[in-house]
Design a protein around this ligand. Structure first.
Ligand code: BES
Ligand code: ZN
Ligand code: ZN
Length: 492
């Protein structure tokens, strides 16, 4: 977890201190050598004179040791310390020789509680940004696996450790989500995915998987139809966290799209960038990561995750455009486009979750439509809901962790566009336009018991070629922090 030392040694390649907007810092009786303190003071007076705008600056304490000065502010948004940690890690990466950094949080000019909270979040952000996925690299191993070692010098060890313990559980969840999303599709198929999820049972999560035979018996034919063109078997997995210790009554329920690879099926996708469709299981990976975090932090709440795991392939037994399937809800679906498969997976997973658990609410996550990337890009996830209170809570929780969502409408006129001439519903809207909304309208038809429900279309958020403040690029883990915060703030 965190690693502490009592004073600055010469083996540290760098020291990092925090200063106010006015370049002041606390702790005159420091565990730092006197000569270092003097050098810091004269560097700070230069910065002060220059009225430096830089958020992070540095100077050489000696030929082999640098000092980073990180500027803070007295008033900030709740997520700002994390962002600060992320940007410090990016800044450090520019210095190739730095292997060991000693952080000195007691320099923060905050009262104790604020100091502990700021610093534990700073480290959280720093670690989120430091994520790597390079298990498949065999060349230049040393360079690839180069890690920076962080040590902390503080008089508030116990408190910081205790605070950080919470953030570490969230980090573990985010990292699991990122790992699952990053795995190549020849490694992570529905079956191996089930095995990964089963490993979480040692944390006290109750995991049950349904194979094709069982799903057929239950009648989850919309989900099964998606997988029938693949030689990899389809699964549905339920993950239960019984943190309240009474029975699992009206749990908070999270449903995830787990398409381990989406070729489009017979409605085949173009070759260019098709490789990105390995992350079409990101919605399910957020659900899995979230449940891991909840179990690790022993959240006092009852939560269920339901994930549909399937591969969308154009095999000889694949589903055809024009096929009609009878979903678990009993409603029949005309499959006009086999590439609109996520909604077929979710249709059954949603009705199954609603019927089996009678949830307090259901939130589903899915890389559902390319259209949401056209509307909101890589900044906001699309939020759709039949319930204003749930919607507001999600929105507020998202602002607090800076995982942004934007609500888009549902309306009966959009709903009409999903009526089929030969079945109860069709899986695409032929009139064109509003692709993400009509997808959400389709999903809403499978919430049949008026359960408060929200759908997060995370197609633009789950994966990014570009690095961002809290991730190095690739799988982002978007959604774990948001949903954890939603639970903690409003339902725990
Ligand atoms: N998995 C895709 C959506 C997607 C697209 C996710 C780009 C991430 C990046 C989904 O299954 C899909 O193919 N949707 C179609 C729906 C269409 C056929 C109505 C789409 O968005 O083009
Ligand atoms: Zn698709
Ligand atoms: Zn898909």
């Amino acid at each position: 977890m965190l690693s502490f030392i009592s004073s600055l040694g010469s083996d540290c390649d760098a020291l990092a201190i925090f200063v106010t907007e006015k370049y002041e810092y606390k702790g005159k009786k420091d565990p730092l050598p006197n000569s270092t303190v003097q050098k810091i003071n004269s560097f700070l007076s230069i910065l002060k004179r220059k009225k430096s705008e830089e958020d992070i600056s540095f100077f050489d304490i000696s030929d082999t040791q640098k000092c980073f000065v990180i500027k803070t502010k007295s008033k900030f948004e709740s997520y700002w310390p994390q962002e600060k940690g992320g940007s410090f890690f990016s800044y450090l990466k520019k210095f190739k020789d730095i292997k060991k950094v000693c952080l000195y949080p007691d320099s923060l000019d905050f009262d104790k509680e604020k100091l502990e909270s700021f610093f534990s979040q700073f480290i959280f952000g720093l670690y989120l940004k430091s994520y790597t996925f390079n298990k498949y690299k065999t060349l230049n191993k040393e360079k690839v696996n180069k890690k920076i070692d962080f040590k902390i010098i503080t008089k508030n060890k116990e408190k910081i450790e205790k605070k950080y313990k919470y953030y570490n559980t969230i980090k573990e969840g985010v990292f699991l989500t990122r790992d699952l999303v990053s795995e190549p599709p020849n490694v992570l198929n529905p079956k191996t995915y089930v095995q990964e999820i089963q490993k979480l049972s040692k944390l006290g999560l109750k995991i049950k998987s349904y194979n094709e035979k069982e799903l057929k018996k239950l009648g989850l034919n919309a989900l099964l139809g998606v997988g029938q063109g693949s030689s990899n078997e389809t699964y549905l997995v339920t993950i239960e966290w019984n943190g309240k210790k009474n029975s699992l009554k009206n749990p908070l329920t999270f449903v995830g799209k787990g398409v381990c690879f989406d070729t489009g099926g017979i409605s085949l996708k173009p070759a260019r960038f098709m490789e990105e469709m390995k992350y079409d299981m990101a919605g399910s990976a957020v659900v899995v990561g979230l449940l891991k975090s909840l179990a690790l932090r022993k959240a006092k709440v009852n939560v269920v995750g339901v994930v549909g795991l399937v591969e969308n392939m154009p095999g000889s037994n694949a589903q055809r455009p024009g096929d009609i399937v009878k979903s678990y809800s009993g409603k029949t679906i005309e499959v006009l486009n086999t590439d609109a498969e996520g909604r077929l997976v979710l249709a059954d997973a949603l009705s199954f979750a609603e019927k089996k658990y009678k949830p307090k609410f259901i939130i589903d996550l899915a890389t559902l439509t390319g259209a949401i990337i056209i509307s909101l890009g890589e900044e906001y996830a699309g939020l759709f809901s039949n319930n204003d209170e749930l919607s507001k809570n999600i929105f507020k929780a998202s602002v607090n962790v800076n995982e942004k969502v934007w609500r888009l409408p549902l309306h009966k006129n959009y709903d009409k566009l999903m009526n089929s001439t030969v079945a109860d519903v069709q899986n695409i809207n032929y009139a064109g336009g509003a692709g993400s909304i009509t997808a959400a309208q389709f999903l809403q038809r499978f919430i049949t018991n008026k359960t408060p429900w929200a759908h997060l279309d995370i197609a633009g958020m789950a994966f990014s070629k570009k690095a961002a403040n809290l991730n190095p690029g690739g799988a982002t883990g978007f959604g774990v922090r948001l949903l954890n915060n939603l639970i903690k703030e409003y339902y725990e």
